[in-house]
Design a protein around this ligand. Structure first.
Ligand code: F6P
Length: 567
């Protein structure tokens, strides 16, 4: 479906952008304290209910005018038409001439949505049904391995979007993994990863899910081949005759399934394509956790909870699609990110889940946001004139407080923060007094950090508290450091789906404003190609003197490796 960019004018050349920049100058000197003093209803006015998420944006460095001007910029760039094009399945991924229809992964079965002649709802639900069939068979024990054992371990082998989503979500939803299927994840081509993961697992009760959209990713294929050898060696030790091809094929069929768009390569690897779960080129890797890429997650948490997870995405899609821009949390959060990055010169964005289970969420967002918006060329091939792409990082609270929060509170960088917390824990313990809830302790830290970031502590307040004059400048907390706060009742499958969709749409909004393609990733290709070119030099070359890769630094590093390795 063809797509016409609503307004290709570079954002910085629009009058709306000029107005925003002028406002930034006037805005200087206005603090968050001033904003709350001037507008006592600010917390309520800037809080939004987004599916199961309660999103408080009031601690952002923005007044009503800032919001109005940011929305003018977004409208000038055609955000509403663009959003419609995204949901319609138009080819918004212009460099690859594809749709980016991740919202199609969660449409209800009766929704009429066809893209390039494909009935999206029917295909998506057909695949979900097949996934459900496998998950149920694994969980009930109907699926048996080559030695008739039930499956207890499901090892997903994939990388990037074929790993980060399911591994982050499996950790986040640990309390839902109750059917005796333990999910594991192998991604790195570093042999230490697969060695450590498989250590202690019983091959007879292990199923591998090889997840790769392209099925050509070298890390994944190397790990999958290694897993196949581990399986066959293990089965041999258990008395399976692995010299017989038919027995080997049967073992591979019972212990390997694939998730991919590439049936040909799946078959070449030796996996029966009847055990392949497909998705479509309109699902980007980093937008794929609720597609068949979530198969290992579904096996672990069960089909019902997986469907709740999918429903959580849909809740936020509905919000993003239909709420007016003024009340639209992903639109506002995306625009605040643009404001900080491209106007106020922030260099990064920290994400602080006050939830141990959500510890991998920052890593997940790194791919989602940085592979999507780490671009310096616009859709028309010209260089961007605004800073683009937020650098995402973070750590589960309260650990971050004892590591990097000092720099955020008192350092010289502007680092907007997202605090993510949950009203109710899955489990709680009492602290040393036997009374205080540890979850309450977590929440008190969650609340305190954004409060200190926003409102700080002045020299006068410190003097009043009797602080030694010499220490006053060191103890002043400047405050005025922006943050957004996202609270949900509990970390459930539905909440998690909503949280992910919120960031997917933030990412999209930013790409639209910056005029870049959030759905390609050409920047990672050259490294892959050159790794393939360098690999034979490591394999064959025993004489380091004739190394000539074309650059002296790589030559020197390679010689060092060749001279010093012990094989
Ligand atoms: O890192 C580049 C990338 O292409 C990602 O976009 C993708 O998620 C990852 O590699 C894995 O790709 P595949 O699923 O095709 O193995």
């Amino acid at each position: 479906m063809t797509f016409t960019v609503p307004n290709p004018t570079p954002v910085t050349k629009t009058p709306e952008w000029q107005a925003l920049v002028a406002h930034a100058t006037r805005f200087k000197g206005t603090t968050l304290k001033d904003l709350f003093r001037e507008d006592p209803g600010r917390a309520g006015d800037m809080t939004f209910e987004v599916g199961p998420l309660h999103v408080d944006l009031s601690k952002n460095l923005a007044d009503e005018n800032t919001v109005r001007l940011l929305l003018n910029v977004a409208r000038a760039k055609g955000i509403e038409d663009y959003r419609q094009a995204l949901f319609n399945g138009e080819h918004v991924n212009t460099t690859e001439d594809r749709a980016a229809l991740h919202t199609g992964l969660r449409v209800p079965i009766d929704q009429d949505l066809s893209v390039d002649g494909q009935d999206v709802a029917e295909d998506v639900h057909h695949t979900l049904d097949r996934m459900r069939g496998l998950a149920k068979a694994l969980r009930s024990g109907d699926w048996r391995g080559a030695t008739n054992h039930t499956i207890k371990n499901v090892v997903n082998i994939g990388i990037g979007g074929s790993d980060l989503g399911p591994s982050m979500a499996a950790q986040a939803l640990r309390p839902y993994c109750t059917a005796g299927i333990t999910p594991y994840f192998v991604s790195n081509v570093d042999p230490a990863d697969i060695t450590a993961t498989l250590d202690g697992l019983d091959p007879a009760s292990t199923l591998f899910v090889v997840s790769s959209k392209t099925f050509t990713t070298s890390e994944t294929l190397a790990n999958a081949h290694s897993a196949k050898r581990w399986l066959l060696d293990g089965l041999k030790r258990l008395g399976v005759d692995t010299s017989d091809d038919a027995v080997v094929n049967d073992a591979v069929a019972k212990h390997f399934v694939a998730v991919s768009t590439n049936a040909e390569e799946v078959a070449k690897f030796g996996i029966d394509t009847r055990n392949m779960f497909g998705f479509w080129d309109w699902v980007g890797g980093r937008f794929s956790v609720d597609s068949a890429i979530g198969l290992s997650l579904m096996a672990a948490i069960g089909p019902r909870d997986f469907m709740e997870f999918v429903a959580g995405f849909h809740d936020v899609d509905n919000h993003f699609y239909s709420e007016p821009l003024e009340m639209n949390a992903p639109v506002l959060m995306g625009l605040f990110g643009v404001w900080y990055t491209s106007v106020l010169n922030s260099q990064s964005h920290v994400v602080l889940p006050y939830s141990q289970d959500l510890g991998r969420f920052p890593a997940y967002l790194q791919q989602l946001m940085m592979e999507s918006n780490g671009k310096s060329v616009r859709l028309d091939g010209e260089l961007t004139t605004a800073e683009t792409g937020e650098v995402y990082w973070g750590e589960a609270g309260t650990n971050g407080q004892h590591a990097f929060m000092q720099l955020i509170h008192q350092g010289t960088h502007l680092i907007p923060a997202d605090f993510i917390g949950f009203v109710n824990p899955h489990t709680d313990h009492r602290s040393s007094d036997g009374e205080t809830s540890m979850h309450d302790m977590l929440l008190s830290n969650f609340l305190a950090q954004s409060r200190v970031m926003a409102f700080g502590r002045t020299a006068e307040e410190l003097r009043e508290a009797g602080v030694d004059e010499k220490l006053v400048p060191h103890k002043v907390m400047p405050g005025n450091r922006p943050s957004s706060t996202i609270i949900a009742d509990k970390l459930t499958p539905r909440t998690l789906g909503s949280l992910i969709a919120l960031y997917e749409h933030i990412c999209f909004v930013q790409g639209v404003v910056w005029g870049i393609n959030s759905f390609d990733q050409w920047g990672v290709e050259l490294g892959k190609k050159q790794a393939n070119e360098l690999l034979p030099l490591l394999g064959n070359n025993t004489d380091s003197s004739d190394v000539d890769t074309g650059d002296p630094s790589t030559d020197s590093l390679l010689r060092h490796i060749l001279r010093n390795r012990k094989r």
